[in-house]
Design a protein around this ligand. Structure first.
Ligand SMILES: [Zn+2]
Length: 317
């Protein structure tokens, strides 16, 4: 199937398409996804009507790593990430952590990794956004890095991985500073049958953190790994967003998330290049939900979360 997103005559960007065009495209994608998963989809749910306004609609991937793309420099890796994103109609990528992946990086390694992301952002500031990676075992170092890359730099969020469980109070100054600047905070979460890493957070850890920081813009990463349990765990913590990156495109995950949380709390991310854009987009494009719900998940929600900080930095939102 060939998808030509470059035929839009009113916009220079090959990945910004108008609503009707996008809906036609997602119809094709959803049919393809449905035929491969056995899911059925009513045509009426994916077809534009004449009354719908012609508004630009963009897909934002909230979770991309340079480490998963080939190349010896951040610029080369970013170029490849964007090239593949173009094929899938993804307008903007949010990237965090450089390479190699390190569970408990030293202050110097943290700076190196954030420098890699900063170099990538410079390569294409229109399409790439970045979160600062910190190791909360080093609180002072984390705050310094947050000031360097986010308060005084172009980054718009914070990435927390597996160094320390996020329920620990030592994270509080980091969350407070990020929240003061309206930054998004992405926390990797997982519930592993085989047992988590010592510092690896579960969704329950994140609920605890959210209770201490009700104003924080927190994302529960990877839908908690075991997604049904993750969903149930964060359901009552209404400030928590549910991000569905980084697992196989299990049928039903998106529908259930929309049903239990509402579409306004669900976020698309791919975890590319560890995962492909296509399989992760399939979770949403093949879901039996409305086009308005898909639009929120594919871009609307993360754009809303980032709105204030993008505005403060003079970045397009
Ligand atoms: Zn990831």
């Amino acid at each position: 199937m060939t998808i030509d997103l470059t035929s839009n005559t009113s916009n220079d960007s090959p990945v910004v398409c108008h609503r009707r065009q996008w809906l036609q495209w997602t119809t094709a994608m959803a049919v393809a996804a449905a035929s491969s998963t056995g899911h059925t989809q009513e045509p009426s749910q994916t077809q534009a009507t004449a009354s719908e306004p012609e508004q630009p609609l963009e897909i934002w991937d909230s979770h991309v790593h340079l480490s998963g793309f080939a190349g010896t420099t951040p610029e080369a890796r970013a170029e490849l990430a964007l090239q593949f994103a173009d094929r899938m109609g993804i307008a903007r990528l949010i990237t965090f952590m450089g390479w190699p992946f390190l569970y408990t990086p030293t202050p110097e390694q943290i700076r190196q990794q954030n420098d890699q992301v900063l170099a990538a952002l410079k390569f294409d500031p229109q399409r790439l956004l970045g979160y600062v990676y910190v190791n909360p075992q080093d609180v002072e170092g984390s705050l310094a890095e947050l000031r360097r890359c986010l308060v005084d730099g172009p980054m718009v969020g914070v990435k927390l991985w597996v160094a320390e469980r996020c329920s620990q109070t030592l994270l509080d100054p980091i969350i407070a500073l990020a929240t003061k600047h309206n930054a998004v905070i992405y926390q990797h979460t997982w519930i592993k049958t085989t047992g988590n890493l010592p510092g690896e957070s579960t969704p329950a850890d994140l609920v605890e953190l959210a209770r201490r920081h009700p104003q924080a813009r927190l994302i529960c990463g990877h839908s908690g790994g075991t997604w049904e349990l993750g969903l149930r765990t964060i359901q009552s913590a209404s400030s928590l967003m549910y991000e569905i990156a980084g697992a196989d495109p299990t049928a039903g995950i998106t529908e259930r998330a929309v049903q239990e949380l509402g579409a306004a709390r669900v976020i698309f991310g791919s975890d590319a290049g560890g995962r492909s854009y296509a399989t992760q987009l399939g979770k949403i494009l093949g879901a039996n939900i409305t086009e308005e719900e898909k639009a929120l998940i594919l871009g609307g929600n993360i754009r809303r979360m980032l709105g204030l900080i993008l505005q403060a930095k003079g970045l397009a939102s």
